[in-house]
Structure formats: C-alpha cells, structure tokens
Design a protein around this ligand. Structure first.
Ligand SMILES: Cc1cc2nc3c(=O)[nH]c(=O)nc-3n(C[C@H](O)[C@H](O)[C@H](O)COP(=O)(O)OP(=O)(O)OC[C@H]3O[C@@H](n4cnc5c(N)ncnc54)[C@H](O)[C@@H]3O)c2cc1C
Length: 500
C-alpha cells in the first residue's frame, strides 16, 4: 500500500485477522498480552497503540517529577515483583513494563503509531472490523478480530482539560497543561502559578519549587493527602532476612490491600476520625501556625476523591521553606500579568500551569457501529463496569480509583481468558450481555454515584458513559475486595450471558 492510499482503496486481502485485538499498550494492554500468552497460548492477537511507545499514561506524562500516587506493590502486576520504593517515577514504571515485554517476548505483538478510528461489529460474520490510521506510514489499515479487548484507558492522551476563564487571551505569559509539558521549559527565576489541588499539583510543585523564583498553588478547594515515607518497612524487613522477591511481592501486596480495606471502611464508618488523622499528618509538616483549616481541609469526607500519597511530605516541605505557597480562592479573571482572584488578590506569574485534569473519553474516541448502526454508548448498561448491553465480544479494562488500577487489569485478564475458553468449549462465536427478565424493571442510573466518588473529570463525562443499574452486578463498584472473589466466580452460563 502506498502512502497516499485510503482505506477504500485497500485491497481486502490486506485485511489482517486476529482472534483478539487489544487497543492500547499501557499497563492494561501489556498485562492483557501477558495473560493471553500464558493463559491462552495459541490465541492470535495484536496490540494497536496510537503512541510511538508502550506505557500509555507513563509515556504521555512528562512533566517534572511525574510519579505514581499509589504504591507499586499493588500497581505492579501480580506476576512480576516490584523491587523498588513504593512510589515510583514514570521512568521506573516504564522500565518495569519494558522488563515485562522483554522477559515475555511481547514486543512482536505491538504495532505503534496505529490510531484506531472505527470499530464495526457484524453479527453476520460474528466479527469486528477495525480501521486504524498508521500515522508513520500515512495509511489506513484494516483488521478483523473476534474479540475486542479495550485497554485504551479513560482520557484523551493528546490534550488535557483546561477550563475557559475570562481574560485568558490577554494574559502575556505562558499557559501550560502538565499533559503537554514543553521539552525545554526554562523555569529559572520565574514566578509560577499552578492551578489545581490534585495529585498532579502535589507532584509538579515540589519538583519545580527549587528551580523557579516562587510557585503559588491556586486552588478553589482543598484536597486530602497522605504524607509519609516512601518506604515499605515490611518489604525492607523481608529483604533483610533474604525472603525471595516473589514472596515479598505477594506478602506486601496482601498487607497493603488489607490496610487499604480497613482505611476505606473507616472512611465510611468514622469519617471525622479519619479526617482528623489525615490533617494531623499534614500539620506535622506545616507546623502549628499554618492555616491547615483553610488550605488543606476539604469539605467532603475522605475517599470521595482519590487521596494522593505524598512521599516524604515533599510539597509541604516546599511550603514550609517558603518556596511554595497556597492560595485558596476562585479565579475571577486572568489579567495581562497573572490572575485576579474573586477576593480581589492579584497574583503575578510568568508561567501558569493548569493542573486541572483530564478530558475523559469513552472507548478511545473510536467511532463504533453495531450492525451498521452508530453505537450510542450512553444508552448501554454496564455489566460490572467491564461489558455492556448491546456490544458483543468486547470488554473495557476500567481499573480502580480507590485501589491500584492494575489490580483490576489482572482480574479482567483472567475473566477474558476464562470467557474465551468457555466460548471455545461451547463452540460459539458471539457473547452478548443482556439484562435478565428478573432485573428488567431495575432502575437505571448514571455511571457513578456522586455521593460515593465524584472527581471532576468523571462528573463532566457522565453523558458519554454507560448507565448503571441499581444492583451491584450492573455497576463498576470500585470495590476490589468484593470483586477479587466475585469476578472469578461469575457463572458464565448465567442469564446475563447470551451466546450464539
Ligand atoms: C500522572 C498520573 C499518575 C497516575 N498514578 C496512578 C497511580 O499511582 N495508581 C493508579 O492506580 N492509577 C494511577 N493513574 C491512573 C492511570 O492512568 C492508570 O492507573 C493506568 O496507568 C491506566 O492504564 P491503561 O493502560 O488502562 O491506560 P493508559 O495508560 O491511558 O493507556 C492507554 C493506551 O491506549 C492508547 N489508545 C487510546 N485510544 C486509542 C485509540 N483510539 N487507538 C489506539 N490507541 C489508543 C493510548 O495511546 C495509550 O497508550 C495515574 C494517572 C496519571 C495521569
């Protein structure tokens, strides 16, 4: 095929067929490939990724200090021990993934610079037809697959979310979103404002505070943080007594998951006590004179949004040293020299960083069709946050927000492999999720309950995400501790699964 050919001109013979097509070579997609090769050797598959490298999130984000906000014993796969400090940099996570690819010979399955544009299901052939733009060759390529394993994440990689504020066009400095950080940004001697109060702010601010003249964190409302040492004592003790890394990985994972389960439950049962504990941790770094009530005391109960771990309390140490400061106020307008807040304060800045979150997307912005009809994803109902009514032979790996994402990626992988084996045994080529008669009158609700979990990027995306049902089987419960037992025990011949 030449660089100028379009898909319409692509000979049908050039269509490649695979048993499984995986979209995305991030932590989920690489995990999917590992499990397929181990649990279903002989299955033909390919991974397509729009980027020119594996890693997804960890390749896209290049702002200073980018790191995980949860521990790598649980963010790492269950099958590959993590041997470093619990909180890891993007570079360390990429190296870990590189080892997984190398040790399991997975590189040959990945096609980079392939942006999937369309996916069309045909009941007649019981297959998906996928069109992808090969951006390096400048051509569109066509694939068919029996099963689509969606590991495309949950946000648009090419552009982050920046709200529109009045006066932005008159601001004479530079506005930067952390997701598209310029390679050679010179911060020396610059005044910087970082808008936002989440994990990105907590990461980028300590990383740049030493370099620029001053960083002001401008937040509308405070967030919870857990400061602590970037160290796992149990892992250190086990290493000292020469326990094999495989055991350490498993034992430390179990201990962390146990502690997290207790913490999550306590945040529901005794939110005030948990809140006080978290604030005491922050006060210990900021000292008795700092206004923790104003700047670090959220109005919501703990765990309604993800809580970032702050290794060695680095952002708080930057504040205490006077390199960074926090303003809790709303933006009234951008001015030529900075930002004026609603309380009338004028903040000057040469650079404004908008750590304001993601542009969430559904199914990788791919145009889906089911038997010739465009898919209205919002009209589908989710089955356990992984499959959807009216979309055959497809699973989306949507991880956890309250626990590490990869815990669910591993669980989903076991489920797909089991489902594929089940279909093979039954001699069927199509599986579709249906709401059983008994649940037909179940009330349908938006994807997530804002009383339970309500980050801005999810709230903004409610109209593009599927519906959930009242019963927990028809929800993404975000409950690892329940799903770790329930998902392996799902009866694949239950009334929710319709085969043909
Ligand atoms: C800075 C940052 C820190 C985070 N820290 C943590 C943490 O500590 N713990 C945690 O649990 N979670 C964390 N998260 C959430 C994190 O995104 C997930 O945990 C996880 O990395 C997602 O992996 P993924 O492979 O499912 O998706 P992604 O990492 O988003 O990868 C998806 C891949 O799919 C590709 N893709 C998407 N659409 C298409 C298409 N149409 N065609 C082809 N390819 C496509 C993308 O190019 C990308 O490579 C963090 C997120 C960010 C941004």
């Amino acid at each position: 095929m030449t660089a100028t050919q379009t898909l319409a001109e692509t000979p049908a013979a050039e269509t490649e067929h695979f048993d499984v097509l995986i979209v995305g070579a991030g932590i989920s997609g690489i995990g999917a490939a590992y499990h397929l090769t181990h649990q279903r050797p002989g299955t033909s598959f390919v991974i397509l990724d729009a980027l020119d490298h594996f890693g997804g999130t960890w390749w896209t984000h290049k702002y200073p200090g980018v790191r995980s906000d949860s521990d790598l014993y649980t963010f790492g796969y269950r099958f590959k021990p993590w041997v470093g400090a619990p909180i890891a940099t993007a570079g360390e996570i990429l190296r870990y993934m590189d080892e997984v690819i190398e040790e399991n010979d997975l590189a040959k399955y990945i096609r980079y610079s392939h942006k999937v544009l369309t996916a069309k299901w045909s009941t007649e052939t019981s297959r998906w037809t996928i069109e992808a733009n090969d951006t390096k060759a400048g051509v569109t390529r066509r694939f068919t697959a029996n099963f689509l394993w969606m590991c495309q994440g949950y946000y648009r990689h090419e552009q982050g979310y920046t709200p529109e504020w009045p006066g932005m066009d008159q601001y004479q400095g530079q506005i930067i979103h952390p997701q598209t950080w310029p390679k050679d940004l010179d911060l020396k001697g610059k005044k910087v404002i970082c808008i936002g109060s989440g994990a990105t702010t907590a990461t980028v601010v300590p990383a740049i505070a030493g370099e620029c003249e001053h960083v002001t964190v401008l937040q509308r409302s405070p967030t919870y943080f857990i400061p602590g040492r970037n160290q796992n004592e149990l892992a250190d003790i086990l290493r000292e007594i020469d326990i094999p890394e495989e055991w350490i990985h498993e034992i430390v994972r179990r201990k962390i998951l146990h502690d997290q389960a207790v913490f999550t439950q306590r945040s529901f049962d005794e939110p005030e006590t948990v809140k006080n504990e978290l604030l005491t941790g922050v006060r210990a770094y900021l000292g008795p004179d700092y206004d923790v009530d104003k700047h670090f005391t959220p109005s919501y109960r703990p765990w309604r949004q993800r809580i970032a771990f702050v290794p060695d309390g680095d952002i708080f140490r930057g504040i205490r040293a006077g390199k960074a400061s926090v303003v809790t106020d709303e933006i009234d307008t951008f001015t030529p020299r900075g930002i004026r807040t609603k309380s009338g304060e004028e903040l000057e800045a040469d650079i404004i960083i908008t750590a304001t979150g993601f542009n969430m997307n559904a199914l990788g912005d791919i145009a889906f069709e089911i038997d010739g009809k465009p898919l209205a994803f919002h009209d589908t109902v989710t089955y356990r946050g992984m499959m959807f009514t009216g979309i055959p032979n497809l699973l989306w790996v949507f991880g956890y927000f309250r626990a590490s994402w990869t815990l669910r990626a591993d669980l989903m992988a076991d489920f797909v492999c089991r489902l594929l084996a089940h279909m093979e045994k039954k001699g069927v080529s199509k599986v579709e999720i249906v709401i059983p008669e008994a649940d037909k009158d179940m009330k349908l609700l938006p994807w997530i309950d804002p009383e339970n979990f309500n980050p801005g990027y999810l709230m903004r995306a409610m109209d593009i995400l599927p519906m959930r049902g009242e019963k927990h089987e028809w929800q993404h419960t975000q409950d690892y501790w329940r799903e770790k037992d329930e998902i392996p025990a799902i009866d694949l011949d239950g009334p929710e699964f319709q085969y043909s």
